[in-house]
Design a protein around this ligand. Sequence first.
Ligand SMILES: C[S@@+](CC[C@H](N)C(=O)[O-])C[C@H]1O[C@@H](n2cnc3c(N)ncnc32)[C@H](O)[C@@H]1O
Length: 338
Amino acid sequence: MGKKRRLFTGNAPIGGKGLKSRRVARVVTSKYHAIRNEMQSCGDNKERMAELEKELEAIGGTDKYQQASIVSTSHFKTSRWVVKMIEQHLGRSSAKIRVLEVGAINIQLHSVAWLDVRSIDVNSQHPLIEELDFFDLPPEQAFDVVVCSMVVNCVTEAAKRGEMLARLRGHLRSEESLLLLVLPSRCIESKHCGAARFESLLGGLGFGFQAPLKTTPRLFFYTLRRGVSRYLGSEEADKLGGKEVSEDDSLQQPPLDSAPKAKSDKKNPKDRKRKRKSEQADEHTDVEHVEEEEAWVLETRAALTSLLPRQLLKHFSSDFSQVPPTEFCINIAPSLTC
Ligand SMILES: C[S@@+](CC[C@H](N)C(=O)[O-])C[C@H]1O[C@@H](n2cnc3c(N)ncnc32)[C@H](O)[C@@H]1O
């Protein structure tokens, strides 16, 4: 009989003791999201905000929410899928594979000897999980794998969700590096997103898709490479955008291995213009300091403007401020496109 592998021994789930029932856990997580969403949209209404803060406290706040998340996801071991995808796509090597886990509520990946894991969460539940907001971690292409499971959907602003996706790519070391992204299907399939549009956006950000795409009735599991984009054919793009696409609309995509590089301005006239503007600023102002944009911003801009069909770029640049917070949508801020 084959020896049963026990990857995750020694690390009992953390924080989950107070909750056992999956049904109760689901009630807590949906209530938490509903309150956070309303907080996002209640603007200057201080009275309502105070009520919502009380409601949040009454359900046990973020700690309880994280405990509930552990229970809700305990039937499916995301970490098991993560390890399987890393083995399948990168293999094991003598050097440890560097992994960043964003929004970590357990330390299961830390038990895998051949991984060097950095776990972060804005509200840490364990000493091995650094308490850090993902947006405060500069993307420096330092990781072979980034795991981001059920986190983008927790970000309350549409533009921040877009920024998160772009920043995730900025943490990946090379074209082969992997982003393992998990999202609830109800988000991906929402009216303002939609699986086809969402996947085009991922391609437009420069990501390449790796089979298999795993789905369950509740979740989508994406395995994405930093590079090697899958581009839309014009027929697909027409369907999604609902409009005629002109020939110069960048649907004839560059070859897979020539995804736009941040520092090159050869292909993108907008980049050339921007560079010239910045040079002119340097010429005319001795005192004024023109701040350099970060590599991930330049890369995102170059990728989106050349890889995402214009009508989809328009869609994701829409003002979604009137969309109710319960409806998942993603916005790409102007700073990332022009
Ligand atoms: C629904 S839980 C998902 C946990 C786990 N990754 C999983 O798949 O079960 C979302 C987690 O993301 C964390 N989170 C949300 N926004 C974050 C941010 N900006 N930076 C770091 N962590 C964040 C939350 O604190 C929470 O622990």
